[in-house]
Design a binder for this molecule. Structure first.
Ligand code: UGY
Ligand code: MN
Length: 245
C-alpha cells in the first residue's frame, strides 16, 4: 500500500496536477446525498472551476455558482438534468451545456459521478448560446494537425457565441501532442483513460486516469501517451475571445 504521506499532486503558480489520493470532498448548500471535489478553482489562480461530483442514490446537485455557465459530463452511473422547460436524461458518456443562470438541477437515481466545468461567461453581441446536449459517442473525431495517433473531438459547436471549447483527445499508445504548445488560453483537463507523461512548463509528470490538470495562460505543454491502452482526456479552453486588453 502506498505511504499516505506520498502523493503525485503538485500545486504551482502556473500549473497543478491533482491526483485522486489528494481529493477532499465537500457538501454544498441545498445538495442532497452528494459531494463535490473542487479540482480547480479561482483560489488556485485559475479563471474557471472544474469539479468532480459524486451523487449517491436519490442525490441532487445544483450549480455551485448559478450565474456562471456550465458544462457537465456524466462519467458513470446515470443522471437527469432539469431546467425550466426541459428534463434531459444524462446517461454515462452524455454531456450538457447550460448557459448562465439556467437554473439547472442534476439528479441521480441510483447515483453516479460527473465532471463539471464552470466559468463566468464572457459576453458577445449575440450570446450566450442556448443549452444543448450530446453524447461523446456521437461526436466525430478528426486527426489533430493531421496526426492519426491524436484524435480530437470538439464537443461544442464552432460558434462564436461560445466563449469556450470543451474537447476530447484520444492518443494511441505512443501518440504525442505534435508540438510543445504555448497560448494565452487556460486549460482544465481530466484524464478519463490511459496513462502518459505530461510536460507542464519545465517539469514532467507521470499522469493517469483520474488525474486533473490546470494549465495557466502561456504554460508550455506537451503530452506523450505511454500506456498499453489509449489515453482519453477531456479539456476546457477559452475560445472565440481575444486576450484581455
Ligand atoms: O487545444 C489545445 O490547446 C490542446 N492541443 N492542448 C492540450 O491538449 N494541452
Ligand atoms: Mn493547449
Amino acid at each position: 500500500m502506498q505511504h499516505p504521506g506520498i502523493a503525485r499532486t503538485a500545486i504551482r503558480r502556473d500549473h497543478a496536477l491533482i491526483a485522486p489520493e489528494s481529493h477532499v470532498p465537500l457538501g454544498l448548500p441545498d445538495w442532497r446525498n452528494g459531494r463535490v471535489v473542487a479540482l480547480i478553482s479561482r483560489e488556485m489562480g485559475a479563471k474557471f472551476a472544474q469539479y468532480l461530483l459524486r451523487l449517491d442514490e436519490d442525490g441532487l446537485a445544483l450549480p455551485p455558482n448559478p450565474a456562471c455557465e456550465h458544462f457537465v459530463l456524466a462519467l458513470g452511473g446515470g443522471f437527469a438534468i432539469e431546467f425550466p422547460g426541459h428534463a434531459w436524461p444524462l446517461p454515462a458518456g452524455a454531456f450538457a451545456y447550460l448557459p448562465p443562470n439556467a437554473g439547472w438541477r442534476l439528479s441521480a437515481g441510483q447515483g453516479g459521478q460527473a465532471l463539471l466545468f464552470e466559468k463566468p461567461y464572457a459576453p458577445c453581441a449575440d450570446g450566450p448560446p442556448a443549452a444543448l446536449r450530446g453524447a461523446l459517442a456521437d461526436v466525430p473525431a478528426t486527426p489533430f494537425l493531421g496526426d492519426e495517433a491524436a484524435l480530437l473531438q470538439e464537443l461544442l459547436p464552432d460558434d462564436p457565441r461560445f466563449d469556450w471549447g470543451i474537447n476530447l483527445f484520444e492518443f494511441a499508445p505512443g501518440g504525442t501532442l505534435p508540438l510543445v504548445e504555448t497560448h494565452f488560453m487556460e486549460h482544465g483537463l481530466y484524464m478519463l483513460a490511459g496513462q502518459g507523461v505530461y510536460r507542464l512548463g519545465e517539469r514532467w509528470y507521470p499522469v493517469q486516469a483520474g488525474d486533473a490538470i490546470w494549465m495557466a495562460p502561456y504554460l508550455t505543454q506537451w503530452y506523450a501517451a505511454t500506456g498499453k491502452v489509449a489515453t482519453r482526456y477531456i479539456y476546457y479552453k477559452e475560445m472565440h475571445r481575444a486576450p484581455a486588453a
